[in-house]
Design a protein around this ligand. Structure first.
Ligand SMILES: [Fe+2]
Length: 227
């Protein structure tokens, strides 16, 4: 079994399956989506994509982005999963929550993964609150407290970090600036960059594929084998 990382999927089933087949992902492999998963929805027009994903022989583990349907996502029960709290949506679809560290076993190897979803929607003025954007898109104070506790528990050392957005200093290298409204989250990610020892940090928000020096990788359509 391998673990892969890919970027935002926005509920696009055909596009995700195309990525999977292009990369020769095997049955029972796990795929981590770096936010804006978009499949967990109670909208009738999205139901077919969700049911199709549920029937696939792959495991989908996603962090949340700024484009999730939070009220529906929050109806799923939180359970202990791989040493952290997660929402088990279906047996093969799992929501990796903000501020959690998971221990993943793969081929006899154990890796720790820290997750911190969320981001600010820069196109918020074109969306409608509680319809297609939700205030929960940005982490609550509770998520930061949980993150600190989880990172303290592993002495601020993990194998991988998965976030939706990136520290501003990393976004800048890609030619992006961070919205002022995202200040709390971006300052926190910048602090993590300084404090946490990690091998690789993946993020998806910018819809681009680029491996940067110092362990950061922006992912979009590509699938990267992580484990
Ligand atoms: Fe996105």
């Amino acid at each position: 079994m391998s673990v892969w990382v890919t970027g935002d999927t926005h509920g696009m089933y055909d596009n995700l399956i195309e990525r999977i087949s292009e990369n020769n992902v095997k049955e029972n492999d796990s795929i981590i989506v770096t936010g804006d998963f978009g499949f967990v929805s109670d909208r009738p027009e999205r139901r077919e994509a969700f049911l199709s994903l549920m029937r696939e022989n792959y495991r989908f583990w996603f962090i949340d982005g700024n484009a999730e349907e939070y009220p529906f996502l929050e109806t799923f029960r939180i359970e202990l999963w791989s040493s952290g709290n997660a929402r088990i949506i279906t047996p093969n679809i799992v929501h990796l929550m903000r501020g959690e560290v998971y221990e993943i076993e793969c081929g006899g190897r154990r890796k720790t993964i820290f997750c911190m979803g969320g981001a600010y929607s820069v196109d918020r003025q074109y969306r409608c609150e509680s319809v297609d954007w939700f205030p929960q898109e940005l982490p609550s104070l509770e998520a930061y407290v949980r993150a600190d506790r989880a990172l303290e528990g592993c002495q601020y050392k993990v194998d991988h970090i998965i976030t939706h957005t990136a520290p501003p200093s990393v976004a800048e290298v890609l030619g992006f600036s961070i919205a002022e409204e995202e200040y709390v989250l971006s300052s926190y990610l910048e602090e993590l960059r300084r404090r946490v020892v990690f091998d690789q940090w993946f993020f998806g928000h910018f819809h681009t594929d680029k491996r940067l020096p110092s362990g950061f990788t922006a992912v979009h359509d590509k699938m990267i084998r992580m484990l």
